[in-house]
Design a protein around this ligand. Structure first.
Ligand code: PMP
Length: 362
Protein backbone atom coordinates (compact mmCIF):
# COMPACT_ATOMS: atom_id res chain seq x y z
CA UNK A 1 0.00 0.00 0.00
CA UNK A 2 1.06 3.60 -0.59
CA UNK A 3 2.49 5.65 2.28
CA UNK A 4 0.16 7.67 4.48
CA UNK A 5 0.53 11.07 6.09
CA UNK A 6 0.06 9.59 9.57
CA UNK A 7 3.62 10.43 10.61
CA UNK A 8 2.93 14.08 9.89
CA UNK A 9 -0.49 14.38 11.49
CA UNK A 10 -0.77 11.95 14.39
CA UNK A 11 0.15 13.82 17.58
CA UNK A 12 3.73 13.18 18.73
CA UNK A 13 2.43 12.00 22.13
CA UNK A 14 0.52 9.22 20.38
CA UNK A 15 3.35 8.37 17.97
CA UNK A 16 5.64 7.86 20.95
CA UNK A 17 3.35 5.24 22.54
CA UNK A 18 3.39 1.47 22.19
CA UNK A 19 -0.02 -0.19 21.89
CA UNK A 20 -1.35 -2.29 24.78
CA UNK A 21 -0.64 -5.75 23.40
CA UNK A 22 -2.33 -8.96 24.40
CA UNK A 23 -0.49 -12.26 23.86
CA UNK A 24 -2.01 -14.98 21.67
CA UNK A 25 -3.37 -17.69 23.96
CA UNK A 26 -4.64 -20.15 21.36
CA UNK A 27 -4.15 -23.73 22.46
CA UNK A 28 -2.75 -22.68 25.85
CA UNK A 29 -4.12 -22.76 29.39
CA UNK A 30 -4.89 -19.07 29.81
CA UNK A 31 -3.65 -17.65 33.09
CA UNK A 32 -2.44 -14.26 31.88
CA UNK A 33 -5.33 -11.80 32.16
CA UNK A 34 -7.01 -12.04 35.56
CA UNK A 35 -10.14 -13.63 34.18
CA UNK A 36 -12.46 -15.80 36.25
CA UNK A 37 -11.72 -19.31 34.93
CA UNK A 38 -15.27 -20.57 35.33
CA UNK A 39 -18.10 -19.94 32.86
CA UNK A 40 -21.60 -19.03 34.08
CA UNK A 41 -23.16 -21.65 36.31
CA UNK A 42 -25.20 -23.99 34.05
CA UNK A 43 -28.49 -23.21 35.80
CA UNK A 44 -28.23 -19.54 34.83
CA UNK A 45 -27.56 -19.95 31.15
CA UNK A 46 -31.09 -20.50 29.92
CA UNK A 47 -32.53 -17.52 31.77
CA UNK A 48 -29.72 -15.32 30.50
CA UNK A 49 -30.29 -16.36 26.89
CA UNK A 50 -34.00 -15.64 27.22
CA UNK A 51 -33.16 -12.17 28.54
CA UNK A 52 -30.88 -11.56 25.56
CA UNK A 53 -33.42 -12.85 23.03
CA UNK A 54 -35.98 -10.34 24.32
CA UNK A 55 -33.75 -7.36 23.49
CA UNK A 56 -34.83 -5.24 20.51
CA UNK A 57 -31.37 -4.59 19.14
CA UNK A 58 -32.75 -2.40 16.38
CA UNK A 59 -33.27 0.23 19.11
CA UNK A 60 -30.58 2.17 20.93
CA UNK A 61 -30.08 1.15 24.57
CA UNK A 62 -31.06 3.20 27.62
CA UNK A 63 -28.36 5.91 27.48
CA UNK A 64 -28.06 6.07 31.27
CA UNK A 65 -28.30 2.29 31.75
CA UNK A 66 -30.56 3.14 34.69
CA UNK A 67 -31.71 -0.36 35.54
CA UNK A 68 -28.13 -1.62 35.58
CA UNK A 69 -27.07 1.32 37.74
CA UNK A 70 -29.87 0.60 40.24
CA UNK A 71 -28.70 -2.99 40.56
CA UNK A 72 -25.04 -1.98 40.90
CA UNK A 73 -26.05 0.32 43.76
CA UNK A 74 -27.95 -2.44 45.49
CA UNK A 75 -25.48 -5.27 44.98
CA UNK A 76 -22.34 -3.28 45.84
CA UNK A 77 -23.83 -0.97 48.50
CA UNK A 78 -23.05 2.33 46.79
CA UNK A 79 -23.77 5.18 49.23
CA UNK A 80 -26.97 7.01 48.34
CA UNK A 81 -25.26 10.39 48.17
CA UNK A 82 -22.90 9.17 45.44
CA UNK A 83 -23.61 9.22 41.71
CA UNK A 84 -22.56 6.50 39.27
CA UNK A 85 -21.03 6.55 35.81
CA UNK A 86 -20.94 3.34 33.79
CA UNK A 87 -18.25 2.51 31.28
CA UNK A 88 -17.38 -0.04 28.61
CA UNK A 89 -15.00 -1.67 31.07
CA UNK A 90 -13.33 0.43 33.73
CA UNK A 91 -10.69 1.18 31.08
CA UNK A 92 -13.18 3.45 29.37
CA UNK A 93 -13.78 5.29 32.63
CA UNK A 94 -10.03 5.77 33.08
CA UNK A 95 -9.98 7.38 29.66
CA UNK A 96 -12.95 9.62 30.52
CA UNK A 97 -11.26 10.68 33.77
CA UNK A 98 -8.04 11.60 32.01
CA UNK A 99 -9.89 13.34 29.20
CA UNK A 100 -11.77 15.48 31.74
CA UNK A 101 -8.63 16.89 33.39
CA UNK A 102 -6.04 16.70 30.60
CA UNK A 103 -4.21 19.86 29.83
CA UNK A 104 -0.60 20.39 28.84
CA UNK A 105 1.55 20.97 31.91
CA UNK A 106 -0.73 18.96 34.19
CA UNK A 107 0.37 15.77 35.87
CA UNK A 108 -0.98 12.34 36.74
CA UNK A 109 0.67 10.53 39.67
CA UNK A 110 0.47 6.80 40.43
CA UNK A 111 2.66 4.27 42.21
CA UNK A 112 4.91 2.08 40.07
CA UNK A 113 4.90 -0.79 39.33
CA UNK A 114 1.22 -0.21 38.63
CA UNK A 115 -1.48 -0.67 36.02
CA UNK A 116 0.02 0.22 32.62
CA UNK A 117 -3.07 2.07 31.37
CA UNK A 118 -2.60 4.99 33.79
CA UNK A 119 0.65 6.02 32.14
CA UNK A 120 -0.49 5.18 28.62
CA UNK A 121 -3.71 7.23 28.85
CA UNK A 122 -2.03 10.18 30.58
CA UNK A 123 0.74 10.35 28.00
CA UNK A 124 -1.69 9.90 25.11
CA UNK A 125 -3.54 12.94 26.40
CA UNK A 126 -0.34 15.00 26.48
CA UNK A 127 -0.07 14.99 30.28
CA UNK A 128 3.01 14.25 32.31
CA UNK A 129 2.96 10.94 34.16
CA UNK A 130 4.95 10.63 37.39
CA UNK A 131 5.40 7.11 38.74
CA UNK A 132 6.23 6.92 42.43
CA UNK A 133 8.35 3.83 43.16
CA UNK A 134 6.82 1.43 45.66
CA UNK A 135 8.82 0.57 48.77
CA UNK A 136 10.02 -2.77 50.02
CA UNK A 137 7.67 -5.67 49.22
CA UNK A 138 5.74 -3.22 47.06
CA UNK A 139 4.34 -1.30 50.00
CA UNK A 140 3.14 2.21 49.24
CA UNK A 141 5.94 4.60 50.14
CA UNK A 142 3.81 7.17 51.88
CA UNK A 143 6.53 9.84 52.20
CA UNK A 144 7.53 9.49 48.54
CA UNK A 145 3.91 9.71 47.41
CA UNK A 146 3.18 12.77 49.53
CA UNK A 147 6.41 14.40 48.30
CA UNK A 148 5.44 13.71 44.66
CA UNK A 149 2.00 15.18 45.30
CA UNK A 150 3.54 18.29 46.87
CA UNK A 151 6.01 18.69 44.00
CA UNK A 152 3.76 18.02 41.02
CA UNK A 153 0.32 19.08 42.31
CA UNK A 154 -1.30 16.37 40.19
CA UNK A 155 -4.71 16.81 38.63
CA UNK A 156 -5.21 13.11 39.21
CA UNK A 157 -3.77 10.42 41.50
CA UNK A 158 -4.50 6.78 40.68
CA UNK A 159 -4.22 4.14 43.39
CA UNK A 160 -5.10 0.58 42.39
CA UNK A 161 -6.37 -1.18 45.52
CA UNK A 162 -5.32 -4.05 45.37
CA UNK A 163 -2.49 -3.04 43.10
CA UNK A 164 -1.81 -4.66 39.73
CA UNK A 165 0.67 -6.34 39.14
CA UNK A 166 1.80 -6.67 42.76
CA UNK A 167 -1.50 -7.92 44.23
CA UNK A 168 -1.23 -6.13 47.58
CA UNK A 169 -3.59 -3.73 49.31
CA UNK A 170 -1.75 -0.54 50.26
CA UNK A 171 -2.20 0.46 53.90
CA UNK A 172 -5.52 2.33 54.17
CA UNK A 173 -3.79 5.06 56.23
CA UNK A 174 -1.39 5.72 53.35
CA UNK A 175 -4.32 6.03 50.94
CA UNK A 176 -6.04 8.39 53.38
CA UNK A 177 -2.87 10.47 53.59
CA UNK A 178 -2.85 10.79 49.79
CA UNK A 179 -6.51 11.83 49.89
CA UNK A 180 -5.68 14.59 52.35
CA UNK A 181 -2.59 15.77 50.49
CA UNK A 182 -3.86 15.69 46.89
CA UNK A 183 -4.94 19.00 45.39
CA UNK A 184 -7.06 17.32 42.69
CA UNK A 185 -8.95 14.09 42.16
CA UNK A 186 -7.94 10.77 43.74
CA UNK A 187 -9.18 7.61 42.05
CA UNK A 188 -9.08 4.40 44.06
CA UNK A 189 -9.31 1.65 41.44
CA UNK A 190 -10.89 -1.40 43.04
CA UNK A 191 -10.83 -3.69 40.01
CA UNK A 192 -9.96 -6.66 42.26
CA UNK A 193 -12.52 -5.95 44.96
CA UNK A 194 -14.18 -9.37 44.62
CA UNK A 195 -11.01 -10.95 46.01
CA UNK A 196 -9.99 -8.29 48.54
CA UNK A 197 -13.41 -7.42 49.94
CA UNK A 198 -12.20 -4.20 51.50
CA UNK A 199 -13.31 -0.95 49.97
CA UNK A 200 -13.09 2.80 49.96
CA UNK A 201 -16.60 3.04 48.52
CA UNK A 202 -18.26 4.17 51.80
CA UNK A 203 -15.65 6.93 52.07
CA UNK A 204 -16.73 8.79 48.94
CA UNK A 205 -19.29 10.41 51.24
CA UNK A 206 -16.58 12.10 53.36
CA UNK A 207 -14.14 12.78 50.51
CA UNK A 208 -15.72 14.86 47.76
CA UNK A 209 -12.63 14.48 45.57
CA UNK A 210 -12.46 10.69 45.80
CA UNK A 211 -13.81 8.48 43.04
CA UNK A 212 -13.95 4.71 43.47
CA UNK A 213 -13.72 2.56 40.37
CA UNK A 214 -15.05 -0.99 40.03
CA UNK A 215 -15.41 -3.52 37.24
CA UNK A 216 -17.39 -6.71 36.70
CA UNK A 217 -14.50 -8.10 34.63
CA UNK A 218 -12.54 -9.93 37.28
CA UNK A 219 -15.49 -11.51 39.08
CA UNK A 220 -16.59 -13.33 35.95
CA UNK A 221 -17.70 -10.96 33.20
CA UNK A 222 -14.52 -9.87 31.44
CA UNK A 223 -16.18 -10.42 28.08
CA UNK A 224 -19.05 -8.13 28.98
CA UNK A 225 -17.03 -4.92 29.40
CA UNK A 226 -18.77 -3.17 32.28
CA UNK A 227 -17.20 -0.96 34.90
CA UNK A 228 -18.44 1.89 37.05
CA UNK A 229 -17.24 4.93 38.93
CA UNK A 230 -18.89 6.19 42.12
CA UNK A 231 -18.32 9.62 43.57
CA UNK A 232 -19.53 13.14 44.17
CA UNK A 233 -22.36 14.20 41.80
CA UNK A 234 -20.39 17.30 40.76
CA UNK A 235 -17.45 15.26 39.45
CA UNK A 236 -19.72 12.67 37.90
CA UNK A 237 -21.82 15.27 36.06
CA UNK A 238 -18.67 16.63 34.43
CA UNK A 239 -17.45 13.17 33.43
CA UNK A 240 -20.85 12.32 32.03
CA UNK A 241 -20.53 15.12 29.47
CA UNK A 242 -17.74 13.29 27.66
CA UNK A 243 -19.11 9.77 28.00
CA UNK A 244 -20.14 8.64 24.53
CA UNK A 245 -23.90 8.27 24.14
CA UNK A 246 -25.05 4.65 24.46
CA UNK A 247 -21.64 3.46 25.64
CA UNK A 248 -23.26 0.48 27.40
CA UNK A 249 -24.87 -1.56 24.66
CA UNK A 250 -28.19 -3.37 24.97
CA UNK A 251 -26.68 -6.87 25.22
CA UNK A 252 -24.33 -5.73 27.98
CA UNK A 253 -27.18 -4.06 29.85
CA UNK A 254 -29.42 -7.12 29.60
CA UNK A 255 -26.62 -9.46 30.66
CA UNK A 256 -25.58 -7.20 33.53
CA UNK A 257 -29.15 -6.92 34.83
CA UNK A 258 -29.48 -10.69 34.79
CA UNK A 259 -26.05 -11.32 36.30
CA UNK A 260 -26.55 -8.78 39.08
CA UNK A 261 -29.88 -10.41 39.94
CA UNK A 262 -27.94 -13.64 40.47
CA UNK A 263 -24.78 -12.15 41.95
CA UNK A 264 -24.57 -14.81 44.70
CA UNK A 265 -23.38 -17.27 42.05
CA UNK A 266 -20.43 -15.00 41.21
CA UNK A 267 -19.62 -14.57 44.88
CA UNK A 268 -19.41 -18.32 45.29
CA UNK A 269 -16.93 -18.43 42.39
CA UNK A 270 -14.89 -15.55 43.84
CA UNK A 271 -14.67 -17.41 47.17
CA UNK A 272 -13.41 -20.51 45.36
CA UNK A 273 -10.79 -18.39 43.56
CA UNK A 274 -9.64 -16.92 46.89
CA UNK A 275 -9.20 -20.44 48.28
CA UNK A 276 -7.29 -21.51 45.19
CA UNK A 277 -5.13 -18.40 45.45
CA UNK A 278 -4.01 -19.44 48.93
CA UNK A 279 -3.25 -22.98 47.75
CA UNK A 280 -1.26 -21.68 44.79
CA UNK A 281 0.59 -19.22 47.02
CA UNK A 282 1.59 -22.04 49.39
CA UNK A 283 2.74 -24.14 46.43
CA UNK A 284 4.89 -21.31 45.06
CA UNK A 285 6.42 -20.59 48.48
CA UNK A 286 7.60 -24.22 48.54
CA UNK A 287 9.49 -23.94 45.25
CA UNK A 288 13.15 -23.25 45.97
CA UNK A 289 14.64 -20.33 44.09
CA UNK A 290 11.36 -18.45 43.68
CA UNK A 291 10.14 -15.42 45.62
CA UNK A 292 6.37 -14.94 45.83
CA UNK A 293 4.30 -12.14 47.33
CA UNK A 294 0.97 -12.54 49.16
CA UNK A 295 -1.98 -11.27 47.15
CA UNK A 296 -5.42 -9.83 47.86
CA UNK A 297 -6.37 -10.20 44.19
CA UNK A 298 -6.92 -13.13 41.79
CA UNK A 299 -3.30 -13.36 40.69
CA UNK A 300 0.13 -13.88 42.20
CA UNK A 301 3.38 -12.14 41.41
CA UNK A 302 6.54 -14.21 41.72
CA UNK A 303 10.20 -13.79 40.90
CA UNK A 304 12.31 -16.30 38.98
CA UNK A 305 15.93 -17.01 39.92
CA UNK A 306 18.14 -14.09 38.93
CA UNK A 307 18.37 -13.46 35.22
CA UNK A 308 15.95 -16.29 34.40
CA UNK A 309 12.56 -14.58 34.28
CA UNK A 310 12.16 -14.63 30.52
CA UNK A 311 13.44 -18.20 30.17
CA UNK A 312 11.10 -19.42 32.91
CA UNK A 313 8.13 -17.72 31.24
CA UNK A 314 9.00 -19.31 27.91
CA UNK A 315 9.54 -22.73 29.46
CA UNK A 316 6.07 -22.52 31.03
CA UNK A 317 4.52 -21.46 27.73
CA UNK A 318 6.25 -24.26 25.83
CA UNK A 319 4.60 -26.62 28.29
CA UNK A 320 1.17 -25.27 27.39
CA UNK A 321 0.45 -22.53 29.96
CA UNK A 322 0.31 -18.81 29.26
CA UNK A 323 1.05 -16.45 32.17
CA UNK A 324 2.29 -12.85 32.06
CA UNK A 325 5.92 -11.98 31.62
CA UNK A 326 6.77 -8.75 33.44
CA UNK A 327 10.50 -9.38 33.55
CA UNK A 328 11.18 -7.08 30.61
CA UNK A 329 10.14 -4.07 32.68
CA UNK A 330 13.25 -4.53 34.84
CA UNK A 331 13.68 -2.48 38.01
CA UNK A 332 11.45 -3.68 40.82
CA UNK A 333 9.92 -6.25 38.46
CA UNK A 334 13.19 -7.79 37.26
CA UNK A 335 12.59 -11.51 36.64
CA UNK A 336 8.98 -11.20 37.79
CA UNK A 337 6.10 -13.17 36.32
CA UNK A 338 2.38 -12.94 37.13
CA UNK A 339 0.01 -15.87 37.17
CA UNK A 340 -3.77 -15.55 37.32
CA UNK A 341 -5.49 -18.00 39.66
CA UNK A 342 -7.32 -20.61 37.56
CA UNK A 343 -9.38 -23.70 38.29
CA UNK A 344 -7.68 -26.39 40.43
CA UNK A 345 -6.93 -28.29 37.21
CA UNK A 346 -5.43 -25.25 35.49
CA UNK A 347 -3.34 -24.40 38.54
CA UNK A 348 -2.04 -27.97 38.65
CA UNK A 349 -1.12 -27.68 34.95
CA UNK A 350 0.68 -24.43 35.71
CA UNK A 351 2.65 -25.93 38.61
CA UNK A 352 3.64 -28.90 36.46
CA UNK A 353 4.77 -26.58 33.65
CA UNK A 354 6.63 -24.44 36.20
CA UNK A 355 8.44 -27.43 37.67
CA UNK A 356 9.30 -28.78 34.22
CA UNK A 357 10.61 -25.42 33.20
CA UNK A 358 12.63 -24.96 36.42
CA UNK A 359 14.18 -28.41 35.92
CA UNK A 360 14.98 -27.57 32.31
CA UNK A 361 16.91 -24.50 33.43
CA UNK A 362 18.97 -26.03 36.21
N1 PMP B 1 -7.83 -1.35 36.73
C1 PMP B 1 -6.93 -2.28 37.02
C2 PMP B 1 -6.06 -2.09 38.22
C3 PMP B 1 -6.78 -3.41 36.21
O1 PMP B 1 -5.85 -4.32 36.50
C4 PMP B 1 -7.62 -3.57 35.09
C5 PMP B 1 -7.55 -4.77 34.17
N2 PMP B 1 -6.32 -5.28 33.91
C6 PMP B 1 -8.55 -2.56 34.82
C7 PMP B 1 -8.64 -1.47 35.67
C8 PMP B 1 -9.43 -2.59 33.61
O2 PMP B 1 -10.42 -3.54 33.70
P1 PMP B 1 -11.69 -3.53 32.76
O3 PMP B 1 -11.48 -2.53 31.67
O4 PMP B 1 -11.80 -4.91 32.27
O5 PMP B 1 -12.85 -3.13 33.64
Amino acid sequence: MAETRAAEWVRPAIRALSAYRVADASGLVKLDAMENPWPWPAELREGWQEALAAEPVNRYPDPAAGEVADRLRRVFGVPEAADLLLGNGSDEILQILIHAVAERGRTVVAPEPGFAMYRLLAEAAGMEFVGVPLGEDFRLDREALIAAIAEHEPALVFLAWPNNPTGNLFEPEAVEAALTAAPGLVVVDEAYHAFARESFLPRVVDHPDLIVLRTLSKAGLAGLRLGFAAGHPEWLAELDKIRLPYNINRLTQATARFALDHWDAFEVQAAAIRDERERLYAALVERPGLAVWPSAANFLLFRAPEGQGRALFEGIRERGVLIKDLSGAGGALADCLRVTVGTPKENAAFLEALDGSLRGMS
